[in-house]
Every structure is written in structure tokens, then in C-alpha cells.
Write a protein that binds this ligand. Structure first.
Ligand code: AHR
Length: 513
């Protein structure tokens, strides 16, 4: 009784009785900006067990498969609604000669994968296998072409092989290899990391090289290429500046790579063993993508005020030390609740910049770096990061809704502030979806979510991703579902908005109408 009386008094005074730790104000009037589904893109490279043992086991494998594609992984990716996938690299792309990977299996070239541990590559997964996979899963393919060690002619003929409907010798070679109709290939990257493994070029030299390659990549049979220049890494603003000036009028998009990696010279830290200070340092590093995006975008704005050229963050994610006992150079790492928080924080940032940011591809889809899926010979595990992608896929092609967050923050040792609460929101088909992240390791956070137009009244669904310990991860066997999406009930709709209590280290997704 007493409680009711207090509530009425507060209500009569026009104040909320809810003692929140953070407030999120969602501007539900709308922005008119769509979040491109490609922000939820994947990256698959011939690296470690991403392709072999991950996506592909071959038709004769004992592992259940669909035409050679690993069945469990295939089905998990279908669930994820992957919009776009980049292939065959990465660094591997500038060592890749597409003709090695077509035709009868027994005639395919065997090569050493010199970038990634010198592993033998038998090219049993090539152009047909990749493009057919994309077609079966409704994924837009993103091909990364070889500038570093390939020729203009080789790249031009690859495009013709994939997309031409003519009776040319090359198109007929595709037919002879079992594919009558050309595929549709929209995204084509002209090189990868041209400043490093893609040829160690200067930006000016790369720009001149880009012009030659781009000239001969034709639009065949109604296919229209979206040509992507190999862009900067991290804080290399000069690279973006030179490219925008020199070849801005010749490209559809330019890439950017930003990894949540604590150092490129020594130990990067373990994926599963870390202290509190390292946790906040990793989050601070991941949040730094925001000022990095802002600066690259500001440069692009100054050369392209009409916003014609897209920025594509085609490699991002956590990069820790390889798991002990795994093959050096295969970049296999576990994936904890910390990785899930990283993924959610990144999406909360990416959504804000989609006027310019048109794609993001996490590295990588299976068994490499911040993977969605881990496999062994017989089992598959969905990582905490997979669950974030799944919870967030409601934002694909939805209208972005701006929000203001009032929250406390923690100072990271490396510098930078980590806000306790982060949020994002969008609307699609009349449903408003928002996500809240509590980065605090120890404390729950009471959040009051308000809407400035009061356009939604009731919750239609709510789920949470969290676990007892931030170090928790999903492993083969009994703990495969330790960190997984669950129904969430700890919210209340009031006249002021929605009161949500977020447990420590949690991600909550709420849908409202
Ligand atoms: O994703 C692993 C590697 O990281 C890619 O091959 C390369 O482009 C980047 O340096």
C-alpha cells in the first residue's frame, strides 16, 4: 500500500520514482537513414580452418555435408541471414590465381599458403564452390582480386568468367566446368592491404595501379560491379586522402581495416585469460573505431560532398594470441562474453555512420579470429559473437533511430573512457528494436529508456546474452551453449518509458510496437 502511495505521489509531481543509473532517449521520429544490411557482413579467407574444415569438407567427407559444404555450419549461417561475404582473402587474395581453383579436382593446383603457415592448399574450394555457396544461402558475394602478384589480364578474365553470358571462350570454359548461367557478382575489391601484404605500395603508386586494373573490369550481361579500392589501416588518414584525391572518381567504395588488437609487435593477450584492466583496455580500443571512422569519413566528405563513395570496413574484430596447441599462423582463437560485448559496441557505433559506412565484414566467419562458428572434426559451436549477430539482425535494412545516452563511464588504463551503458535503435515494418549493452564487470545497471514521440506502447519480444563470468565461452561438448541468447523479463513498461535492469556484462535486445 505504502509503495503505491509513493508511486502516485511521484506521478502526481510528474517525476519518475525509478532511480536509474543510465537514461537512453530514443528519437523515435526517425532519421530517414537506412542501416545497410551489409553492415552485418562476413569475411572468409583461405586461412587456417576457415574454408577447409569450416565451410567446406568436400563431397566425400564423413562429416555430414550438402554438396561438400559442412551441413551444421551451412545451417547456422542460414539462420544468421548473412548479407554479404568476402573471399578469398585477406592477404591470401594477393597470392591467389583463380584458375588454380576451377575445373576437375584432380587437375587443380596444389600450392603453399605462404601467408598463413605454409599450409598445403589444394584449391578444392574455388570460384564455383564459393559462388554456389553464396547463391544457396542468399549471400551477396564480395570477391577480392589479386593486384599484388596477379596481372590485369588475369583479373579482367576472372570477372568475365564469373559474369559473362556471351559465347566467349572464357564464358564457355565456365559452362564446361558445369555452370551455364553467369553468377551475379556485385562487390569486387581491387587488391587487399596494398600498403602491406598486398604489394607494399605507397598510396600514390597504388592509386595509379588501381586505375589500370579498374579500367579492364567490365560490366558483362547486366552485371554491375561495385569497385572497391584497397583502403587504409586504422589511423592512416593519408592513405584515404591520397586515394580520394587520385581515384575518387574511379571507385564505388574504399575499404578500411580496424582490428581490436592491443599490439602488432608482441603478445596480443589471450582470448580467454584476462584481468579487469585488460578487459577495459580492449573495450577502449574497440570504441576507438568511432573517432577513426569519423576522421576517414571527414576526409571522404571533403572530396565527395555528395556522398557517392562508400566506406567499407571490410575487416574488423578482435585479434588475440592463437590458442595454445593450435597451428601457428592459423589464427584460431576462442570467443568469450567479452567478444560479444565488443561486437555489440561496434554495431552500436556502425549504425551511426551509415550515411557513409556501407559495409562491415567481421574477421572471420569460421575458426579464424573473432569467429561466428568454431568447429572440430565432428562438432560445431556457435560463439557468443554469433549470438550478437543473430540478436542484431533485425537492424538489417531498418531505419536508424538516433539516441542519446546518459551514463557513467570507466577510465581505461590505455586511455579512453568506456561508458557503462551503450545503446542503439532502429525501426522496420512498424517494430522498434533497441539494444542495450552493460559493459560493467560487476554492477547491474538500471536503465530508463524513453522515446521522444511515444510511438511505441508495448514490448513484443525481449532477449538477453550474458553469463556468470565475462571469461565464459562455448566449447565443444557439454558447454556448447553456456553463453547463448535467452528470454529476458527484467523490464517494465511505465508511463515514462521502459525500465530495464541489465545484469553485469550483458546485451539486451527489446522489440516494441
Ligand atoms: O584477417 C586476417 C588478415 O588480417 C587478413 O588476411 C589481412 O587482410 C589482415 O591483415
Amino acid at each position: 500500500m505504502k509503495k503505491v502511495f509513493l508511486f502516485l505521489t511521484a506521478a502526481m509531481l510528474g517525476i519518475s520514482a525509478y532511480a536509474q543509473d543510465a537514461t537512453v532517449l530514443i528519437h523515435d521520429g526517425g532519421t530517414g537513414v537506412q542501416i545497410p544490411k551489409e553492415i552485418y557482413g562476413q569475411f572468409s579467407e583461405h586461412l587456417g580452418r576457415c574454408i577447409y574444415g569450416g565451410l567446406w569438407v568436400g563431397k566425400d567427407s564423413k562429416v555430414p555435408n550438402i554438396d561438400g559444404y559442412r551441413k551444421d555450419v551451412f545451417e547456422a549461417l542460414k539462420e544468421l541471414k548473412v548479407p554479404v561475404m568476402r573471399w578469398p582473402g585477406g592477404c591470401f587474395a594477393d597470392d591467389y590465381h583463380w584458375r588454380d581453383g576451377i575445373g576437375p579436382l584432380e587437375t587443380r593446383a596444389r600450392i603453399s599458403n605462404n601467408n598463413w603457415g605454409g599450409t598445403m592448399e589444394d584449391n578444392s574450394f574455388g570460384t564455383h564452390e564459393f559462388l554456389n555457396l553464396c547463391e544457396m544461402l542468399g549471400i551477396e558475394p564480395y570477391i577480392s582480386g589479386n593486384v599484388g602478384s596477379g596481372s590485369v589480364e588475369e583479373m579482367a578474365e576472372w570477372v568475365e568468367y564469373m559474369t559473362s553470358d556471351s559465347q566467349s571462350t572464357i564464358a564457355n570454359q565456365r559452362r564446361a566446368n558445369g555452370r551455364e548461367e553467369p553468377w551475379k557478382v556485385k562487390y569486387f575489391g581491387i587488391g587487399n592491404e596494398a600498403w602491406g601484404c598486398g604489394g607494399n605500395m605507397t598510396p600514390q603508386y597504388y592509386s595509379d595501379t588501381y586505375r589500370r586494373y579498374a579500367t579492364y573490369l567490365r560490366n558483362y550481361s547486366g552485371n554491375r560491379l561495385y569497385k572497391i579500392a584497397s583502403g587504409a589501416s586504422d589511423y592512416d588518414y593519408d592513405w584515404t586522402e591520397v586515394l580520394m584525391k587520385a581515384i575518387g572518381n574511379q571507385m564505388s567504395g574504399v575499404s578500411l581495416h580496424y582490428y581490436t588488437c592491443m599490439t602488432w609487435t608482441g603478445s596480443k593477450g589471450a582470448a580467454t585469460i584476462f584481468d579487469d584492466a585488460n578487459y577495459y583496455d580492449v573495450l577502449s580500443k574497440t570504441l576507438e573505431v568511432e573517432p577513426v571512422l569519423k576522421r576517414h569519413i571527414a576526409i571522404m566528405d571533403s572530396y565527395d560532398p555528395d556522398n557517392r563513395i562508400g566506406l567499407l570496413l571490410d575487416e574488423w574484430g578482435t585479434w588475440f594470441d592463437e590458442e595454445p596447441g593450435t597451428v601457428r599462423g592459423h589464427l584460431y582463437q576462442q570467443n568469450t562474453l567479452r567478444d560479444a560485448i565488443v561486437a555489440a559496441l561496434n554495431f552500436n557505433i556502425f549504425h551511426k555512420y551509415t550515411r557513409r559506412l556501407k559495409m562491415a565484414n567481421i574477421a572471420q566467419v569460421v575458426n579464424v579470429l573473432q569467429a561466428m562458428i568454431l568447429t572440430n572434426d565432428t562438432e560445431m559451436v556457435l560463439t557468443p559473437t554469433y549470438h550478437v549477430f543473430k540478436m542484431y539482425n533485425v537492424h538489417q535494412d531498418a531505419e536508424f533511430l538516433d539516441s542519446d545516452v546518459q551514463t557513467t563511464s570507466v577510465k581505461a588504463n590505455r586511455g579512453g573512457e568506456v561508458p557503462a551503458v551503450s545503446a542503439t535503435a532502429s525501426r522496420k515494418d512498424g517494430v522498434l528494436n533497441f539494444d542495450l549493452v552493460n559493459t560493467d564487470l560487476k554492477a547491474s545497471k538500471k536503465v530508463l529508456v524513453k522515446f521522444d514521440r511515444d510511438s511505441v506502447k508495448s514490448v513484443t519480444g525481449a532477449s538477453i546474452l550474458t553469463s556468470a563470468d565475462v571469461h565464459d565461452f562455448n566449447n565443444f561438448g557439454a558447454t556448447a551453449n553456456k553463453v547463448s541468447e535467452k528470454e529476458f523479463k527484467n523490464y517494465k513498461v511505465t508511463k515514462d518509458g521502459v525500465e530495464v535492469t541489465l545484469p553485469p556484462c550483458s546485451i539486451v535486445a527489446i522489440s516494441m510496437k
